[in-house]
Design a protein around this ligand. Structure first.
Ligand code: MV4
Length: 504
Protein backbone atom coordinates (compact mmCIF):
# COMPACT_ATOMS: atom_id res chain seq x y z
CA UNK A 1 0.00 0.00 0.00
CA UNK A 2 1.12 3.57 -0.68
CA UNK A 3 2.70 5.49 2.17
CA UNK A 4 2.12 8.91 0.66
CA UNK A 5 -0.30 10.10 -2.01
CA UNK A 6 -0.33 13.48 -3.73
CA UNK A 7 -3.77 14.88 -4.62
CA UNK A 8 -3.54 16.97 -7.78
CA UNK A 9 -6.76 18.87 -7.24
CA UNK A 10 -8.58 21.35 -5.01
CA UNK A 11 -11.89 22.00 -3.26
CA UNK A 12 -14.39 19.38 -2.24
CA UNK A 13 -12.87 16.51 -4.25
CA UNK A 14 -9.41 17.10 -2.82
CA UNK A 15 -10.93 17.03 0.67
CA UNK A 16 -12.85 13.86 -0.25
CA UNK A 17 -9.60 12.13 -1.27
CA UNK A 18 -7.82 13.35 1.90
CA UNK A 19 -10.58 11.66 3.89
CA UNK A 20 -10.15 8.37 2.00
CA UNK A 21 -6.39 8.53 2.63
CA UNK A 22 -7.02 9.12 6.34
CA UNK A 23 -9.21 6.05 6.60
CA UNK A 24 -6.74 3.84 4.75
CA UNK A 25 -3.74 5.24 6.64
CA UNK A 26 -1.97 6.98 3.79
CA UNK A 27 -0.25 10.35 4.26
CA UNK A 28 -2.18 12.89 2.20
CA UNK A 29 -0.18 15.54 0.35
CA UNK A 30 -2.11 18.38 -1.26
CA UNK A 31 -1.20 21.24 -3.55
CA UNK A 32 -2.69 24.71 -3.47
CA UNK A 33 -2.61 27.84 -5.56
CA UNK A 34 -2.10 31.30 -4.05
CA UNK A 35 -5.88 31.77 -4.08
CA UNK A 36 -6.36 28.54 -2.08
CA UNK A 37 -3.90 29.22 0.74
CA UNK A 38 -6.60 28.93 3.44
CA UNK A 39 -8.62 26.15 1.78
CA UNK A 40 -10.03 23.27 3.78
CA UNK A 41 -8.23 20.74 1.61
CA UNK A 42 -4.99 22.41 2.71
CA UNK A 43 -5.95 22.55 6.36
CA UNK A 44 -7.02 18.90 6.53
CA UNK A 45 -4.02 17.52 4.63
CA UNK A 46 -0.92 16.12 6.28
CA UNK A 47 1.30 18.18 3.96
CA UNK A 48 0.53 21.00 1.54
CA UNK A 49 2.68 22.60 -1.16
CA UNK A 50 2.20 25.86 -3.03
CA UNK A 51 1.95 24.93 -6.71
CA UNK A 52 1.63 28.40 -8.25
CA UNK A 53 -0.47 31.52 -8.85
CA UNK A 54 -4.27 31.40 -8.92
CA UNK A 55 -4.90 30.81 -12.66
CA UNK A 56 -5.44 27.06 -13.20
CA UNK A 57 -2.98 26.88 -16.10
CA UNK A 58 -0.24 28.12 -13.71
CA UNK A 59 -1.26 25.85 -10.84
CA UNK A 60 -3.62 22.88 -11.01
CA UNK A 61 -2.90 22.36 -14.71
CA UNK A 62 0.87 22.74 -14.28
CA UNK A 63 1.70 19.03 -14.60
CA UNK A 64 5.45 19.48 -14.53
CA UNK A 65 5.37 21.42 -11.28
CA UNK A 66 2.92 18.93 -9.73
CA UNK A 67 5.26 16.03 -10.50
CA UNK A 68 8.21 17.97 -9.06
CA UNK A 69 6.26 18.45 -5.83
CA UNK A 70 5.29 14.77 -5.75
CA UNK A 71 8.95 13.79 -5.99
CA UNK A 72 10.01 16.46 -3.47
CA UNK A 73 7.37 15.23 -1.03
CA UNK A 74 8.36 11.60 -1.54
CA UNK A 75 4.89 10.61 -2.74
CA UNK A 76 4.33 7.10 -4.12
CA UNK A 77 1.18 7.91 -6.06
CA UNK A 78 -0.85 10.72 -7.61
CA UNK A 79 -4.66 11.03 -7.50
CA UNK A 80 -5.99 13.54 -10.07
CA UNK A 81 -9.58 13.78 -8.83
CA UNK A 82 -11.87 15.01 -11.62
CA UNK A 83 -11.46 17.89 -14.08
CA UNK A 84 -8.02 19.58 -14.42
CA UNK A 85 -5.56 16.83 -15.46
CA UNK A 86 -7.74 13.84 -14.50
CA UNK A 87 -8.13 12.67 -18.14
CA UNK A 88 -4.85 14.02 -19.51
CA UNK A 89 -3.03 10.97 -20.85
CA UNK A 90 0.26 12.86 -21.20
CA UNK A 91 0.19 13.86 -17.55
CA UNK A 92 -0.72 10.32 -16.48
CA UNK A 93 2.19 9.00 -18.55
CA UNK A 94 4.57 11.60 -17.10
CA UNK A 95 3.58 10.49 -13.59
CA UNK A 96 4.27 6.85 -14.47
CA UNK A 97 7.59 7.82 -16.11
CA UNK A 98 8.53 9.67 -12.91
CA UNK A 99 8.02 6.44 -10.95
CA UNK A 100 4.69 7.49 -9.47
CA UNK A 101 1.61 5.25 -9.44
CA UNK A 102 -1.31 6.85 -11.28
CA UNK A 103 -4.59 6.41 -9.40
CA UNK A 104 -6.76 5.86 -12.44
CA UNK A 105 -6.81 3.83 -15.66
CA UNK A 106 -3.64 3.39 -17.71
CA UNK A 107 -2.47 6.32 -19.85
CA UNK A 108 -3.27 4.18 -22.93
CA UNK A 109 -6.87 3.71 -21.77
CA UNK A 110 -7.21 7.41 -21.03
CA UNK A 111 -5.87 8.29 -24.47
CA UNK A 112 -7.98 5.75 -26.39
CA UNK A 113 -11.25 6.41 -24.58
CA UNK A 114 -10.56 10.13 -24.50
CA UNK A 115 -10.76 10.09 -28.30
CA UNK A 116 -14.54 9.87 -28.60
CA UNK A 117 -14.38 8.69 -32.23
CA UNK A 118 -11.94 5.91 -31.31
CA UNK A 119 -14.07 5.01 -28.28
CA UNK A 120 -17.18 4.65 -30.46
CA UNK A 121 -15.30 2.41 -32.86
CA UNK A 122 -14.06 0.20 -30.01
CA UNK A 123 -17.58 -0.14 -28.62
CA UNK A 124 -19.01 -1.05 -32.02
CA UNK A 125 -16.32 -3.70 -32.43
CA UNK A 126 -17.29 -5.03 -28.99
CA UNK A 127 -20.89 -5.30 -30.18
CA UNK A 128 -22.14 -2.39 -28.08
CA UNK A 129 -24.75 -0.20 -29.82
CA UNK A 130 -23.60 3.40 -30.20
CA UNK A 131 -25.58 6.54 -30.99
CA UNK A 132 -25.89 6.72 -34.81
CA UNK A 133 -23.23 9.08 -36.13
CA UNK A 134 -20.01 9.58 -38.06
CA UNK A 135 -16.29 9.22 -37.70
CA UNK A 136 -14.22 12.40 -37.62
CA UNK A 137 -15.49 14.96 -40.15
CA UNK A 138 -12.43 16.69 -41.61
CA UNK A 139 -14.14 19.29 -43.82
CA UNK A 140 -17.38 21.23 -44.17
CA UNK A 141 -18.26 19.17 -47.24
CA UNK A 142 -17.70 15.82 -45.55
CA UNK A 143 -19.65 17.03 -42.53
CA UNK A 144 -22.55 18.10 -44.74
CA UNK A 145 -22.77 14.73 -46.46
CA UNK A 146 -22.44 12.86 -43.14
CA UNK A 147 -25.20 15.02 -41.69
CA UNK A 148 -27.47 14.25 -44.63
CA UNK A 149 -26.79 10.54 -44.20
CA UNK A 150 -27.46 10.66 -40.44
CA UNK A 151 -30.51 12.91 -40.81
CA UNK A 152 -31.18 16.19 -38.99
CA UNK A 153 -31.29 17.19 -36.18
CA UNK A 154 -27.70 16.28 -35.40
CA UNK A 155 -25.13 17.10 -32.72
CA UNK A 156 -21.64 18.32 -33.53
CA UNK A 157 -19.22 17.04 -30.88
CA UNK A 158 -15.53 17.39 -30.05
CA UNK A 159 -13.55 14.19 -30.67
CA UNK A 160 -11.03 15.14 -27.94
CA UNK A 161 -13.42 15.93 -25.14
CA UNK A 162 -16.66 15.02 -23.42
CA UNK A 163 -19.05 16.78 -21.12
CA UNK A 164 -20.42 19.87 -22.70
CA UNK A 165 -17.62 21.76 -24.42
CA UNK A 166 -17.42 21.89 -28.21
CA UNK A 167 -21.00 20.69 -28.61
CA UNK A 168 -23.64 22.19 -30.92
CA UNK A 169 -27.11 20.98 -31.86
CA UNK A 170 -27.95 21.60 -35.54
CA UNK A 171 -31.54 21.44 -36.76
CA UNK A 172 -31.10 22.54 -40.39
CA UNK A 173 -28.32 22.24 -43.03
CA UNK A 174 -27.86 26.01 -43.29
CA UNK A 175 -26.84 26.12 -39.62
CA UNK A 176 -24.10 23.51 -40.04
CA UNK A 177 -21.11 25.62 -41.20
CA UNK A 178 -21.39 28.07 -38.30
CA UNK A 179 -21.89 25.26 -35.80
CA UNK A 180 -18.79 23.41 -37.08
CA UNK A 181 -16.67 26.57 -36.83
CA UNK A 182 -17.85 27.36 -33.31
CA UNK A 183 -17.55 23.80 -32.00
CA UNK A 184 -14.07 23.36 -33.46
CA UNK A 185 -12.85 26.64 -31.99
CA UNK A 186 -14.28 25.79 -28.56
CA UNK A 187 -12.83 22.28 -28.67
CA UNK A 188 -9.39 23.56 -29.68
CA UNK A 189 -9.29 25.98 -26.75
CA UNK A 190 -10.74 23.48 -24.26
CA UNK A 191 -8.93 20.29 -25.32
CA UNK A 192 -6.14 21.42 -27.61
CA UNK A 193 -7.71 19.61 -30.59
CA UNK A 194 -10.52 20.93 -32.79
CA UNK A 195 -11.43 17.55 -34.36
CA UNK A 196 -15.19 16.98 -34.64
CA UNK A 197 -17.65 14.18 -35.26
CA UNK A 198 -21.43 14.08 -35.74
CA UNK A 199 -24.23 12.17 -34.02
CA UNK A 200 -27.96 11.93 -34.58
CA UNK A 201 -29.57 14.19 -31.95
CA UNK A 202 -31.74 11.79 -29.96
CA UNK A 203 -34.61 13.58 -28.23
CA UNK A 204 -36.36 12.91 -25.91
CA UNK A 205 -33.98 10.50 -24.24
CA UNK A 206 -32.58 9.82 -20.80
CA UNK A 207 -28.92 10.28 -19.95
CA UNK A 208 -28.05 7.22 -17.89
CA UNK A 209 -24.53 6.23 -16.82
CA UNK A 210 -23.21 2.96 -15.40
CA UNK A 211 -20.50 3.02 -12.73
CA UNK A 212 -17.88 0.27 -12.80
CA UNK A 213 -14.70 -0.57 -10.95
CA UNK A 214 -12.07 -2.90 -12.43
CA UNK A 215 -8.89 -4.28 -10.86
CA UNK A 216 -5.71 -5.55 -12.46
CA UNK A 217 -6.83 -9.19 -12.45
CA UNK A 218 -9.73 -8.92 -14.85
CA UNK A 219 -12.37 -8.42 -12.15
CA UNK A 220 -14.90 -5.83 -13.33
CA UNK A 221 -17.75 -4.98 -10.96
CA UNK A 222 -20.78 -2.88 -11.97
CA UNK A 223 -22.06 -0.58 -9.21
CA UNK A 224 -25.39 0.51 -10.62
CA UNK A 225 -26.63 3.32 -12.78
CA UNK A 226 -27.07 7.05 -12.27
CA UNK A 227 -29.72 9.25 -13.89
CA UNK A 228 -28.10 12.41 -15.23
CA UNK A 229 -30.76 13.93 -17.47
CA UNK A 230 -31.15 17.14 -15.46
CA UNK A 231 -28.51 19.29 -17.10
CA UNK A 232 -28.43 22.95 -18.01
CA UNK A 233 -26.26 24.02 -20.96
CA UNK A 234 -24.56 20.64 -20.77
CA UNK A 235 -23.69 21.00 -17.09
CA UNK A 236 -25.08 18.31 -14.82
CA UNK A 237 -27.16 19.81 -12.00
CA UNK A 238 -28.98 16.94 -10.30
CA UNK A 239 -28.15 13.24 -10.39
CA UNK A 240 -29.81 10.26 -8.76
CA UNK A 241 -29.38 6.53 -8.30
CA UNK A 242 -31.08 4.35 -9.32
CA UNK A 243 -33.02 5.69 -12.33
CA UNK A 244 -36.81 5.59 -12.56
CA UNK A 245 -36.38 4.52 -16.21
CA UNK A 246 -34.17 1.49 -15.59
CA UNK A 247 -35.91 -1.85 -15.14
CA UNK A 248 -33.99 -4.83 -13.75
CA UNK A 249 -33.74 -6.12 -17.32
CA UNK A 250 -32.30 -2.87 -18.68
CA UNK A 251 -29.95 -2.69 -15.69
CA UNK A 252 -28.58 -6.13 -16.55
CA UNK A 253 -28.12 -5.01 -20.17
CA UNK A 254 -26.27 -1.86 -19.13
CA UNK A 255 -24.09 -3.88 -16.75
CA UNK A 256 -23.31 -6.43 -19.44
CA UNK A 257 -22.36 -3.73 -21.94
CA UNK A 258 -20.19 -1.96 -19.38
CA UNK A 259 -18.37 -5.16 -18.46
CA UNK A 260 -17.84 -5.95 -22.12
CA UNK A 261 -16.47 -2.47 -22.77
CA UNK A 262 -14.10 -2.68 -19.80
CA UNK A 263 -12.77 -6.05 -20.94
CA UNK A 264 -12.43 -4.90 -24.56
CA UNK A 265 -10.27 -1.95 -23.47
CA UNK A 266 -8.28 -3.62 -20.67
CA UNK A 267 -9.80 -1.06 -18.33
CA UNK A 268 -8.73 -0.76 -14.66
CA UNK A 269 -9.81 1.61 -11.86
CA UNK A 270 -13.18 3.34 -11.52
CA UNK A 271 -14.92 4.34 -14.74
CA UNK A 272 -18.31 5.35 -16.07
CA UNK A 273 -20.07 4.49 -19.31
CA UNK A 274 -22.62 7.03 -20.49
CA UNK A 275 -25.67 5.91 -22.48
CA UNK A 276 -28.71 7.54 -24.03
CA UNK A 277 -31.83 5.50 -23.31
CA UNK A 278 -34.93 6.08 -25.45
CA UNK A 279 -38.60 5.69 -24.52
CA UNK A 280 -38.51 2.03 -25.55
CA UNK A 281 -35.63 1.37 -23.15
CA UNK A 282 -33.02 1.00 -25.91
CA UNK A 283 -29.54 2.09 -24.75
CA UNK A 284 -26.93 3.59 -27.03
CA UNK A 285 -23.33 4.22 -25.94
CA UNK A 286 -22.37 7.88 -25.75
CA UNK A 287 -18.90 8.04 -24.15
CA UNK A 288 -16.75 6.55 -21.40
CA UNK A 289 -15.29 8.65 -18.60
CA UNK A 290 -11.88 7.50 -17.37
CA UNK A 291 -12.02 9.25 -14.01
CA UNK A 292 -13.82 9.44 -10.69
CA UNK A 293 -16.94 11.54 -11.31
CA UNK A 294 -18.40 14.49 -9.45
CA UNK A 295 -21.57 12.50 -8.78
CA UNK A 296 -19.88 9.43 -7.28
CA UNK A 297 -21.55 10.05 -3.86
CA UNK A 298 -25.01 8.93 -5.05
CA UNK A 299 -23.56 5.56 -6.00
CA UNK A 300 -21.75 5.38 -2.66
CA UNK A 301 -24.98 6.14 -0.79
CA UNK A 302 -27.01 3.36 -2.43
CA UNK A 303 -24.23 0.74 -2.43
CA UNK A 304 -22.24 1.54 0.72
CA UNK A 305 -19.06 1.32 -1.35
CA UNK A 306 -16.27 3.86 -0.77
CA UNK A 307 -15.37 4.40 -4.42
CA UNK A 308 -12.38 6.62 -3.69
CA UNK A 309 -10.83 4.24 -1.16
CA UNK A 310 -11.39 1.27 -3.49
CA UNK A 311 -9.92 3.18 -6.41
CA UNK A 312 -6.77 3.72 -4.33
CA UNK A 313 -6.69 0.07 -3.20
CA UNK A 314 -6.97 -1.13 -6.82
CA UNK A 315 -4.20 1.27 -7.90
CA UNK A 316 -2.03 -0.25 -5.18
CA UNK A 317 -2.58 -3.68 -6.72
CA UNK A 318 -5.23 -5.05 -4.40
CA UNK A 319 -8.21 -7.07 -5.59
CA UNK A 320 -11.72 -5.65 -5.48
CA UNK A 321 -13.21 -7.12 -2.28
CA UNK A 322 -16.72 -7.64 -3.72
CA UNK A 323 -18.36 -8.98 -6.88
CA UNK A 324 -22.06 -8.18 -6.65
CA UNK A 325 -23.29 -5.01 -4.92
CA UNK A 326 -27.04 -4.35 -4.97
CA UNK A 327 -28.37 -0.81 -4.67
CA UNK A 328 -30.49 -0.07 -1.60
CA UNK A 329 -32.86 2.84 -1.33
CA UNK A 330 -32.54 5.98 -3.40
CA UNK A 331 -30.01 8.83 -3.48
CA UNK A 332 -30.15 12.28 -5.04
CA UNK A 333 -27.36 14.82 -5.49
CA UNK A 334 -27.84 18.54 -6.01
CA UNK A 335 -24.76 20.38 -7.23
CA UNK A 336 -24.66 23.61 -5.23
CA UNK A 337 -22.97 26.28 -7.33
CA UNK A 338 -22.04 29.91 -6.75
CA UNK A 339 -24.39 31.06 -9.47
CA UNK A 340 -27.41 33.36 -9.49
CA UNK A 341 -30.50 31.52 -10.81
CA UNK A 342 -32.29 34.88 -10.90
CA UNK A 343 -29.67 36.22 -13.26
CA UNK A 344 -29.29 33.51 -15.86
CA UNK A 345 -27.06 31.45 -13.52
CA UNK A 346 -24.17 33.88 -13.93
CA UNK A 347 -21.26 33.08 -11.60
CA UNK A 348 -21.44 34.78 -8.22
CA UNK A 349 -18.12 35.77 -6.65
CA UNK A 350 -17.42 37.16 -3.21
CA UNK A 351 -16.82 36.12 0.38
CA UNK A 352 -18.85 33.45 2.11
CA UNK A 353 -19.39 35.37 5.35
CA UNK A 354 -21.33 32.57 7.00
CA UNK A 355 -22.17 28.98 6.12
CA UNK A 356 -24.31 26.43 7.91
CA UNK A 357 -24.58 23.03 6.26
CA UNK A 358 -27.54 20.66 6.67
CA UNK A 359 -27.27 17.33 8.47
CA UNK A 360 -29.40 14.68 10.08
CA UNK A 361 -30.45 11.27 8.85
CA UNK A 362 -29.69 10.49 5.20
CA UNK A 363 -27.93 13.79 4.46
CA UNK A 364 -24.38 14.10 3.10
CA UNK A 365 -22.57 17.31 2.24
CA UNK A 366 -19.32 17.15 0.26
CA UNK A 367 -17.91 20.67 0.32
CA UNK A 368 -14.87 22.74 1.18
CA UNK A 369 -16.95 25.65 2.41
CA UNK A 370 -15.93 27.67 5.49
CA UNK A 371 -16.71 31.10 6.93
CA UNK A 372 -14.56 33.57 5.05
CA UNK A 373 -14.05 31.46 1.90
CA UNK A 374 -13.31 33.65 -1.11
CA UNK A 375 -15.19 32.50 -4.21
CA UNK A 376 -13.30 33.67 -7.29
CA UNK A 377 -13.62 33.46 -11.06
CA UNK A 378 -10.53 31.27 -11.30
CA UNK A 379 -12.26 27.96 -10.73
CA UNK A 380 -15.48 26.06 -11.36
CA UNK A 381 -18.47 27.53 -9.47
CA UNK A 382 -19.30 24.17 -7.83
CA UNK A 383 -19.05 24.82 -4.08
CA UNK A 384 -20.85 21.85 -2.56
CA UNK A 385 -22.61 18.61 -3.37
CA UNK A 386 -25.71 18.04 -1.26
CA UNK A 387 -26.83 14.41 -1.28
CA UNK A 388 -29.77 12.76 0.42
CA UNK A 389 -30.68 9.11 0.80
CA UNK A 390 -34.11 7.65 1.43
CA UNK A 391 -35.69 4.21 1.53
CA UNK A 392 -37.80 5.42 -1.35
CA UNK A 393 -37.34 8.11 -4.01
CA UNK A 394 -40.05 10.22 -2.37
CA UNK A 395 -38.29 10.05 0.98
CA UNK A 396 -35.04 11.13 -0.67
CA UNK A 397 -36.87 14.05 -2.31
CA UNK A 398 -38.54 15.14 0.93
CA UNK A 399 -35.19 14.95 2.68
CA UNK A 400 -33.56 16.99 -0.10
CA UNK A 401 -36.21 19.71 0.27
CA UNK A 402 -35.58 19.89 3.99
CA UNK A 403 -31.80 19.88 3.54
CA UNK A 404 -31.85 22.56 0.83
CA UNK A 405 -33.89 24.82 3.13
CA UNK A 406 -31.45 24.14 5.95
CA UNK A 407 -28.41 24.95 3.81
CA UNK A 408 -27.40 28.55 4.55
CA UNK A 409 -24.65 30.28 2.56
CA UNK A 410 -24.46 34.01 3.29
CA UNK A 411 -22.45 36.40 1.14
CA UNK A 412 -22.84 34.98 -2.37
CA UNK A 413 -25.71 33.87 -4.57
CA UNK A 414 -26.27 30.13 -5.07
CA UNK A 415 -28.51 27.96 -7.22
CA UNK A 416 -30.29 26.54 -4.16
CA UNK A 417 -33.59 28.17 -5.26
CA UNK A 418 -33.39 26.29 -8.56
CA UNK A 419 -32.89 22.97 -6.79
CA UNK A 420 -35.82 23.69 -4.49
CA UNK A 421 -38.02 24.39 -7.51
CA UNK A 422 -37.03 21.08 -9.07
CA UNK A 423 -37.74 19.20 -5.82
CA UNK A 424 -41.23 20.73 -5.85
CA UNK A 425 -41.84 20.13 -9.58
CA UNK A 426 -44.68 17.69 -10.28
CA UNK A 427 -42.94 16.06 -13.26
CA UNK A 428 -39.75 15.57 -11.27
CA UNK A 429 -41.67 14.08 -8.34
CA UNK A 430 -43.39 11.65 -10.71
CA UNK A 431 -40.03 10.70 -12.20
CA UNK A 432 -40.98 12.11 -15.59
CA UNK A 433 -37.46 13.06 -16.59
CA UNK A 434 -35.62 13.32 -19.83
CA UNK A 435 -32.91 15.47 -21.36
CA UNK A 436 -35.48 18.15 -22.17
CA UNK A 437 -36.52 18.54 -18.52
CA UNK A 438 -34.77 21.83 -17.70
CA UNK A 439 -35.64 23.38 -21.06
CA UNK A 440 -39.29 22.34 -20.87
CA UNK A 441 -39.96 22.92 -17.18
CA UNK A 442 -37.76 25.90 -16.39
CA UNK A 443 -37.11 27.92 -19.53
CA UNK A 444 -40.21 30.07 -19.08
CA UNK A 445 -39.85 30.45 -15.29
CA UNK A 446 -39.50 33.97 -13.93
CA UNK A 447 -35.80 33.55 -13.22
CA UNK A 448 -35.23 37.29 -13.25
CA UNK A 449 -36.73 38.95 -10.24
CA UNK A 450 -38.77 37.69 -7.36
CA UNK A 451 -41.85 35.58 -7.87
CA UNK A 452 -45.22 37.33 -7.44
CA UNK A 453 -45.90 35.87 -4.01
CA UNK A 454 -42.49 36.95 -2.77
CA UNK A 455 -43.20 40.52 -3.93
CA UNK A 456 -46.56 40.44 -2.12
CA UNK A 457 -44.94 39.15 1.08
CA UNK A 458 -42.26 41.81 1.00
CA UNK A 459 -44.82 44.57 0.41
CA UNK A 460 -46.94 43.35 3.33
CA UNK A 461 -43.87 43.26 5.59
CA UNK A 462 -42.86 46.80 4.63
CA UNK A 463 -46.40 48.14 5.25
CA UNK A 464 -46.64 46.35 8.63
CA UNK A 465 -43.26 47.71 9.63
CA UNK A 466 -44.23 51.29 8.68
CA UNK A 467 -47.53 51.06 10.63
CA UNK A 468 -45.76 49.57 13.67
CA UNK A 469 -43.06 52.23 13.86
CA UNK A 470 -45.64 55.11 13.61
CA UNK A 471 -47.82 53.81 16.50
CA UNK A 472 -45.14 52.72 18.99
CA UNK A 473 -45.23 49.32 20.74
CA UNK A 474 -48.49 47.37 20.50
CA UNK A 475 -50.68 47.58 23.67
CA UNK A 476 -49.70 45.00 26.30
CA UNK A 477 -46.16 44.77 25.04
CA UNK A 478 -43.21 46.07 27.07
CA UNK A 479 -41.80 49.30 25.59
CA UNK A 480 -38.32 48.99 24.14
CA UNK A 481 -36.06 48.09 27.08
CA UNK A 482 -33.34 50.59 27.94
CA UNK A 483 -31.09 47.56 28.27
CA UNK A 484 -29.12 47.63 25.01
CA UNK A 485 -28.49 43.88 25.16
CA UNK A 486 -32.22 43.13 24.98
CA UNK A 487 -32.61 45.57 22.12
CA UNK A 488 -29.75 43.98 20.23
CA UNK A 489 -30.54 40.34 20.93
CA UNK A 490 -32.70 39.28 17.99
CA UNK A 491 -35.52 36.81 18.48
CA UNK A 492 -35.70 33.78 16.17
CA UNK A 493 -37.85 35.59 13.62
CA UNK A 494 -35.52 38.56 13.49
CA UNK A 495 -32.50 36.33 13.05
CA UNK A 496 -34.42 34.65 10.25
CA UNK A 497 -35.15 37.96 8.58
CA UNK A 498 -31.82 39.59 9.18
CA UNK A 499 -29.16 36.92 9.24
CA UNK A 500 -30.09 34.49 6.47
CA UNK A 501 -29.90 34.67 2.69
CA UNK A 502 -33.39 34.01 1.29
CA UNK A 503 -33.17 30.47 0.01
CA UNK A 504 -36.40 30.56 -1.97
C1 MV4 B 1 -26.55 13.83 -26.75
C2 MV4 B 1 -27.95 13.97 -26.53
C3 MV4 B 1 -28.81 13.56 -27.54
N1 MV4 B 1 -28.32 13.03 -28.69
N2 MV4 B 1 -26.11 13.29 -27.89
C4 MV4 B 1 -23.70 14.99 -24.17
C5 MV4 B 1 -22.93 15.87 -23.26
C6 MV4 B 1 -23.83 16.01 -22.11
N3 MV4 B 1 -23.57 17.18 -21.34
C7 MV4 B 1 -25.20 16.02 -22.71
N4 MV4 B 1 -25.10 15.21 -23.83
C8 MV4 B 1 -26.08 14.78 -24.67
N5 MV4 B 1 -25.65 14.22 -25.81
C9 MV4 B 1 -26.98 12.90 -28.85
N6 MV4 B 1 -26.50 12.37 -29.98
C10 MV4 B 1 -28.39 14.52 -25.30
C11 MV4 B 1 -27.46 14.92 -24.38
C12 MV4 B 1 -27.97 15.46 -23.13
C13 MV4 B 1 -28.63 16.71 -23.13
C14 MV4 B 1 -28.71 17.46 -24.29
C15 MV4 B 1 -29.36 18.67 -24.24
C16 MV4 B 1 -29.93 19.14 -23.07
C17 MV4 B 1 -29.83 18.42 -21.92
C18 MV4 B 1 -29.16 17.19 -21.93
C19 MV4 B 1 -29.06 16.43 -20.75
C20 MV4 B 1 -28.39 15.22 -20.78
C21 MV4 B 1 -27.85 14.71 -21.97
Amino acid sequence: MFKKLLIANRGEIALRIVRACREIGITAVTIYSEADRNSLHVRHADEAYLVGPAPARESYLNGGRIIEIAKEAGADAVHPGYGFLAENADFAQACVDAGLTWVGPSPECIRTLGDKVQARKLMQEAGIPVVPGSEEVTSQGKAASAATRIGYPIMVKAAAGGGGRGIRTVYRPQELPTALEAASKEAASAFGHGALYLEKFLDPVRHIEMQIIADGRGNVVPLGERECSIQRRHQKMIEEAPSTAVSPKLRRQLEEMALRAARATGYTSVGTLEFLVDRKGRANFLEMNTRLQVEHPVTEMVTGVDLVADQILVAAGEDIPYREVPMQGWAIECRIAAEDPFNDFLPSVGTVSFVSVPGGPGVRVDSALYDGLEISYYYDPLIAKLCTWGRTRLEAIQRMRRALREFKIVGINTNIPFHLQVMEDSHFIQGKLDTGFVEKRFAGRKENGLREEQVALLAAAVLAHRKGSQRGPAPGRRPESSDWRRRNRPGRSEAGARGWQRST
